[in-house]
Design a binder for this molecule. Structure first.
Ligand code: LIP
Length: 278
């Protein structure tokens, strides 16, 4: 398969940014007074009508621009493709925050090669994350660096220079299922005394962008899917952050982590210890 050359990757990142920003405007401006909500894997795992409307808008725009590419979204409406590239979408990452009117919530759009339904079998080529409540758009291309755009312009982003785990500000999240939450809570108890502090923002895509931007020194979570992380992963790694999982395994649903390079070895060791004893 002929992968897009760097120039095309730049065009792919701009397309990801443009469609994500369009979806970001839709979910803010198009939100009805009475938001229809339904549940997925559990009553706590919800999807709103705006999640689906945003994904429908993303799929329509991407199908028009890239008709041979596949689409995999968190909500209904993906499609197969023939190009070997797949657009991986989370139309509203942080749905519960969106429902409650809290920040952050994000629109995450990435294009990957490989199989995004299997951890370790896909890699992102370009991606964008829009965080409407704070007016930030992050984007990156493989090998082309990462940047953030806001009302004041655009700038390159770099992961923090944190070098001491005990002084690192890290973020995490919790699964919808009670059983995995208990495992996460036991790990949390071992981790929190050994870092500066922990934040739980509610959006994995925002967490990864904030590691990229040095606003967090690290992030870890279990139970994620490719659509939660594909774009944020590329933004963070292109900003110099280090992607890691549990031990030698690739990052996956068991544990997904990203951290500033100066703490990544110690952070990975702490996560291994905390999750193996939990
Ligand atoms: C969310 C993730 C977040 C996690 C939440 C939820 P969603 O994704 O971004 O990190 O802690 O439980 O899974 O469901 O809002 O797209």
């Amino acid at each position: 398969m002929n992968l897009p050359d760097p120039l095309d990757r730049h065009a792919l990142a701009e397309l990801a940014r443009d469609v994500a920003e369009q979806a970001g405007r839709l979910i803010v401006q198009g939100r009805p007074d009475r938001l229809e909500v339904s549940s997925k894997s559990s009553r706590r795992d919800i999807v709103t009508e705006m999640d689906q409307r945003a994904q429908d808008a993303l799929c329509e725009a991407l199908a028009a621009a890239r008709p041979d590419d596949a689409i995999l979204g968190e909500e209904q409406g993906g499609r197969p493709g023939t190009s070997g590239l797949t657009w991986v979408l989370d139309p509203i990452d942080g749905t519960v925050n969106y429902l409650y009117g809290l920040s952050p919530f994000s629109v995450s759009v990435a294009v990957v090669e490989g199989d995004p339904t299997t951890w370790g079998r896909w890699s992102p080529l370009a991606g964008a994350v829009v965080i409407p409540p704070v007016g930030l758009t992050y984007l990156a291309t493989l090998g082309g660096g990462a940047m953030v755009q806001d009302a004041h312009g655009a700038r390159e982003v770099r992961a923090s220079s944190a070098a001491e785990l005990s002084m690192a500000l890290v973020a995490t999240g919790f699964a919808y299922g009670a059983e995995l939450r208990c495992v996460q809570t036991r790990a949390f108890v071992e981790i929190i005394p050994k870092v500066r502090d922990i934040r739980r923002t509610g959006s994995a895509a925002a967490d990864l962008c904030w590691v990229a931007d040095g606003r967090l020194d690290g992030y870890f979570e279990a139970g994620l899917h490719a659509w939660d992380v594909a774009a944020g992963q590329l933004i963070a790694t292109e900003a110099g952050a280090v992607l890691h999982g549990l031990g030698d395994e690739v990052p996956n649903g068991d544990l997904y982590a990203m951290s500033a390079p100066g703490i990544s070895a110690d952070f990975a060791a702490l996560l291994r210890s905390a999750h193996r004893s939990s």
